[in-house]
Design a binder for this molecule. Structure first.
Ligand code: ZN
Length: 339
């Protein structure tokens, strides 16, 4: 019998805010606020998605937007964050970095600053209540103007001592250039934040290179398509840049056909550190521990290798030293359990 991956301590570095919601919570909030949800979100099973063309990606974004419309009050935000932490605790996560673009919630919550305050307060209480260490990555939207990204970078830096640890860039990598956001990332890095933009998901290795060269990424959201370029893999391995690989998301969005096609082995064998993540469990139907199950079931990762993946997630995180030490020693304890 194999060890339970839910008991393996790990860090969760790629989880979007609305995308973390429990499906039943979405239904309750929609009911509460009188929001009419598209059928794809009410059917009780994850929607069929395909983001390999722009239309498919647009449909995915539209579903995400409808879910986001159900988050209207500070109470909704508190509930979302608490439940995300509870789900993470159940899956063995001892450290969760949740990613949010506060712009989308600001109109209903009184502006950007009140929104950040609500989110960070919610994160602090959820962390206290569940024992999962938590922090926030503020993510700019690639489809918006780079000046908006700069505003967000300044906001993120302002809250660096209140739980913001990183700055991200999300949405369709095929649009615009990473370089357009270089000033925003410079502001974030100068403010002590980790640069963690998305790259190498919808677009190939060049988008990962852009994240490294133009945005000086310390970590890459997805990054999985670096597997197509051995030189890039060597660079990621040399610099120990963690890729936040989300296997279930990749399959749900059609980046890879089947779980066995996600090149986990290629990255692992090349020495590229990975932090497996769930991305948007609401839309993809699986959470953190399930990603480790994919590594085990479809890529024959042994328990020693799963433990190494968990260590990589912890090392790639922005968790404080005491949390890292606790998680790393918990990983050794997990391996010491009878298999
Ligand atoms: Zn993502």
């Amino acid at each position: 019998m194999a060890r339970d991956v839910r008991l393996l301590p790990k860090a969760h570095l790629h989880l979007h805010f609305t995308g973390s919601m429990r499906p039943e919570t979405l239904l309750e909030l929609a009911d509460l606020h009188g929001v009419h949800l598209p059928e794809a979100l009410t059917s009780g099973h994850p929607p069929k998605l395909r983001a390999t063309d722009e239309r498919g990606w647009f449909r995915f974004q539209r579903l995400y937007d409808s879910a986001r419309c159900c988050l209207r009050t500070a109470e909704d935000i508190q509930r979302l964050v608490r439940e995300a932490a509870e789900e993470d605790a159940r899956d063995g996560s001892g450290w969760l970095e949740i990613q949010v673009d506060p712009t989308s919630y600001a109109p209903r919550l009184g502006g950007l600053i009140p929104t950040m305050e609500i989110i960070l307060d919610a994160v602090e209480s959820a962390s206290r209540e569940t024992g999962v260490g938590m922090a926030v990555i503020v993510a700019a939207n690639r489809m918006k103007h780079p000046l908006d990204a700069r505003t967000l970078a300044r906001l993120a830096v302002r809250y660096a001592d209140r739980g913001v640890v990183g700055f991200g860039l999300s949405n369709d990598e095929r649009r615009g250039l990473a370089r357009d956001f270089d000033r925003a990332f410079a502001i974030a890095r100068e403010g002590g934040l980790l640069a963690a933009p998305h790259g190498g998901e919808l677009a190939g290795p060049s988008s990962v290179r852009d994240c490294l060269d133009d945005l000086h990424a310390g970590r890459v959201g997805h990054g999985v398509r670096a597997a197509e370029d051995p030189r890039l893999l060597r660079k990621l391995a040399e610099r120990q840049i963690t890729c936040e690989v989300c296997p279930a998301s990749n399959v749900a969005l059609g980046v890879y056909e089947k779980p066995e096609d996600v090149p986990l082995r290629t990255l692992f064998d090349a020495g590229v550190p990975m932090a497996l993540g769930a991305d948007d469990p609401l839309l993809f139907g699986s959470r953190l521990a399930a990603q480790y199950e994919i590594a085990r079931d479809f890529h024959a990762f042994t328990d020693e290798e799963l433990a190494e993946l968990a260590r990589q997630s912890v090392r790639g995180s922005a968790a404080p030293q005491d949390v890292r030490d606790r998680l790393l020693s918990g990983i050794d304890d997990w391996l010491a359990l009878p298999a």
